[in-house]
Design a protein around this ligand. Structure first.
Ligand code: ZN
Length: 356
């Protein structure tokens, strides 16, 4: 019994990410969604029957992660969790640790996070040090789980941090081709974990890949509609290098580097303002995971607009927002960029037409 309620509690969290506003979910309130209610009822009944049949009144082991029959998969970032959910669907029990809108660079793990990691069969994380707090915790936790750095299947861009130190840029999903490689990696590791579900994982991954291939060409077409002189990005932190390279829109400047731990100096701010004035772009961009105060000041001082919509940089949007999946986040960002820089935006319409 404890076994099942424990498993359900962790499994419920990711659904909460998908179904509720992203306020504090650390208390794991009982979800009222009918899906989960049916799910819980079903498993409670199953749990009672199994306990009676197999163990009589002996309490089952609460730390057995595979209770309920589904592999326990934990994903760190919201982007990885979304891709994993699309591939794994009902065949896995998924827990996403980060909530939409949370900055992975500076996330400080909570006590229950180590419990999720310890009980997992598989941990999917981004890697290239996107989520240093969680990677550290994962390596320290006594977990038997298989671990996959999903983002590290992509060839990294090497970026210079301060003082000549070169590090791999973790924001690989900015190029949709990298996301497709990530989907394939998730599919393969899920098949290893649960070979009997191979057909479903393969089909789900194929369906998502088909959509993402179309998304990739759509973004390229959209960005091309921006007049060349204005086709330059200035963002809050340096999260759009892969996007810029893949879709031919150079990054003209950022307030902070690839990790948001840094604080920009007065000198950096001044230089950025000067260079924005020089390149003559009409707008610069705030991001959903970072306080916009400073980038707003930069826009004012440079005499340019701050784009009315923020970019989803390191997290998908809250449920119900226009960026609440990886695909939608990429669509929303592209719309924001195209509209703010004077291109001609046309909504994405996947030919397969089967959306969610
Ligand atoms: Zn970032």
């Amino acid at each position: 019994m404890f076994n099942f309620s424990e498993t359900n509690a962790t499994g419920r969290r990711h659904k909460q990410v998908k179904n509720q506003q992203s306020k504090d979910s650390s208390n794991l309130p009982i979800s009222t969604s009918s899906y989960w209610w049916r799910y819980i009822k079903h498993h409670l009944c199953l749990g009672i029957l199994l306990s009676l049949a197999l163990f009589g009144c002996t309490p089952s082991n609460p730390s057995n992660p595979t209770a309920g029959g589904k592999p326990q998969v934990v994903a760190t970032s919201t982007i990885i969790a979304d891709l994993a959910e699309e591939v794994g669907k009902d065949q896995i029990q998924l827990t996403g640790i980060l909530q939409p809108g949370t900055d992975p660079h500076v996330y400080e793990p909570r006590p229950q996070d180590s419990k999720f990691l310890e009980e997992a069969d598989l941990i999917l994380y981004n890697g290239y040090n996107l989520e240093p707090g969680l990677i550290k915790l994962m390596n320290a936790a006594g977990t038997k789980a298989r671990k996959l750095a999903v983002g590290e299947v992509a060839k990294p861009l090497q970026l210079e941090k301060s003082k000549g130190e070169v590090v791999p840029d973790p924001h690989v999903w900015g190029d949709v081709k990298n996301a497709i490689a990530m989907v394939n990696a998730i599919r393969d590791v899920l098949i290893e974990l649960s070979p009997e579900d191979k057909a479903e994982f393969t089909q789900n991954a194929q369906q998502l890949t088909t959509e993402l291939q179309q998304l990739d060409s759509w973004i390229a077409q959209q960005i091309q509609t921006i007049p060349l002189a204005r086709r330059k990005l200035v963002t809050t932190h340096d999260a759009f290098q892969y996007y810029g390279q893949a879709y031919n829109i150079p990054i003209a400047g950022t307030l902070i580097g690839i990790s948001t731990e840094e604080q920009p100096s007065a000198q950096t701010v001044k230089q950025l303002v000067e260079s924005i004035k020089k390149i003559g772009i009409p707008a610069i961009f705030a991001e959903t995971t970072i306080n916009p105060i400073l980038i707003k000041t930069v826009a004012q001082e440079a005499g340019v607009k701050l784009a009315p919509r923020q970019l989803y940089s390191d997290s998908i949007g809250a449920p119900g927002s226009d960026g609440d999946s990886y695909s939608k986040m990429m669509q929303a960002n592209t719309q924001t960029i195209v509209e703010a820089l004077g291109g001609k935006y046309t909504p994405f319409q996947p030919a397969s037409s089967k959306k969610n």
